[in-house]
Design a protein around this ligand. Structure first.
Ligand SMILES: Cc1ncc(COP(=O)(O)O)c(C=O)c1O
Length: 396
């Protein structure tokens, strides 16, 4: 008898897209809402990173299979750039080109984490990391971290209660998506010490390292004892507004990089050459564009800090503010409120996607639309909050 066609059991643990319920409603609205739910940018990428240019640089064998490691020139350029950003000592041998930042995290998890291992996810966290861990048969353990840190609780005190015999790794991101927290040097040192004491792998998600506005940013791999146990994750999606090209990097010790390369080879073999060439252009020549983009994002963050009438910690970098709407919701499910908010002409993300402790929270992205539209979106959001506080229906 043939085995009935069952799915891999980990598939049923994966959640649908964060916004699918909300986005399904858009077609019933008189006009599209201001999209503050997206985790993307309105900025066009730097000229140096455009595909049009990359096509002109394709070698004569540019349509053939290429090396699974990624282009050597790109890996070297990333290593050089990392040195200028505070992570020196890397070469092409420390870097694997992956399918976006998501692919970089998945590659490391599949290389280093065994089924049944526990992975501490410092929460709130970027939503897909949970599914990436589950897909590898590992166990995500959510640690509400960033708000406690900002309230002054020592990092080690927050983490220690979650450590068990099975803890194998820790995932951290700074600046954080969704709350915009930058983990300062003292907390970074405490996290690193704890990871060394407990012999943990570290996934240091640096997707937003180019967008720090406040506080001192640290690459965990630079701290004592951390170089060999840390995977530094980078993505062209966030650094250079090139999300559609799907190029990321997992960076770390050559001691495990060879194994990571075998894993990546068996996932997608290689990522498109033309996309790698576009990102190479951006890596080599985009600092002016980055300065301008960072300034624009900072202005956008300031606007949200000034105008948004909700409870939140100011964003220190990245592109998001995470608001606690517990008082406004008074026990109502957040998704009901966000569905009604669509009728006020604005969409934001439900907090439960970022961790179980955040059912009453919501993420607002301040980089997804230009400033004037952002202001319009925040005005609409404020109006909806006012009406909810007054017990009035929305969209009236
Ligand atoms: C913190 C963080 N890490 C990783 C990623 C994944 O990046 P990519 O879109 O390149 O896969 C994202 C994307 O939003 C992110 O916010």
């Amino acid at each position: 008898m043939p085995k009935s066609p069952l799915m891999n059991p980990t598939t049923s643990l994966l959640r649908p897209s964060v916004f699918s319920t909300l986005a399904a409603q858009f077609k019933f609205l008189p006009a599209p809402p201001v999209p503050l739910h997206l985790g993307d940018t309105y900025r066009a990428p730097p000229e140096s990173g455009r595909l049009e240019r990359a096509v002109g640089r394709l070698p004569s064998n540019g349509y053939a299979y290429a090396h699974p490691n990624g282009l050597e020139e790109l890996r070297s350029a990333v290593a050089e750039r990392l040195a200028t950003k505070g992570l020196p000592g890397y070469s092409a041998d420390h870097i694997q080109v992956t399918q976006g930042g998501s692919g970089a995290i998945a590659t490391f998890v599949r290389t280093m984490i065994a089924p049944g291992d526990e992975v501490l996810l410092l929460a709130p966290y970027w939503p897909l990391v949970r599914g990436i861990v589950l897909s590898a048969g590992a166990v995500p353990v959510e640690v509400p971290f960033y708000q406690a840190l900002r309230q002054g609780v020592p990092a080690a005190d927050i983490l220690r209660p979650y450590l068990t015999e099975r803890t194998a790794a820790l995932y951290i991101t700074s600046p954080n998506n969704p709350c915009g927290t930058v983990v300062g040097p003292e907390a970074a040192r405490a996290v690193a010490e704890l990871c060394c004491q407990h012999n943990l792998w570290v996934i240091d998600d640096q997707a937003y390292h180019d967008y720090v506005f406040e506080g001192q940013h640290t690459f965990l791999a630079t701290l004592p004892g951390m170089a060999d146990r840390t995977a530094t994750i980078l993505t062209a999606s966030k650094s250079f507004a090139l999300a559609g090209l799907r190029i990321g990097f997992v960076c770390g010790s050559p001691a495990w990089m060879e194994a990571a390369r075998r894993v990546a080879t068996h996932l997608w073999y290689q990522v498109p050459v033309v996309c790698q060439l576009a990102v190479l252009g951006a890596v080599q020549d985009s600092e002016e564009w980055l300065d301008e983009t960072r300034d624009r994002y900072r202005v956008a963050a300031d606007l949200v800090h000034r105008k948004l009438q909700a409870k939140f910690d100011p964003s220190q970098g990245g592109g998001y503010v995470f608001a606690d709407l517990t008082e406004e919701l008074r026990g109502r499910p957040i998704i009901d409120y966000l569905m009604e908010m669509l009728h006020e002409g604005v969409c934001i993300s439900p907090g439960d996607a970022f961790g179980e402790a955040y059912n009453n929270w919501a993420r607002i992205c301040y980089t997804s639309v230009p400033l004037a539209e952002l202001e319009r979106g925040i005005d609409r959001l404020n109006r909806s909050l006012e009406r909810v506080r007054a017990g009035l229906p929305l969209g009236g």
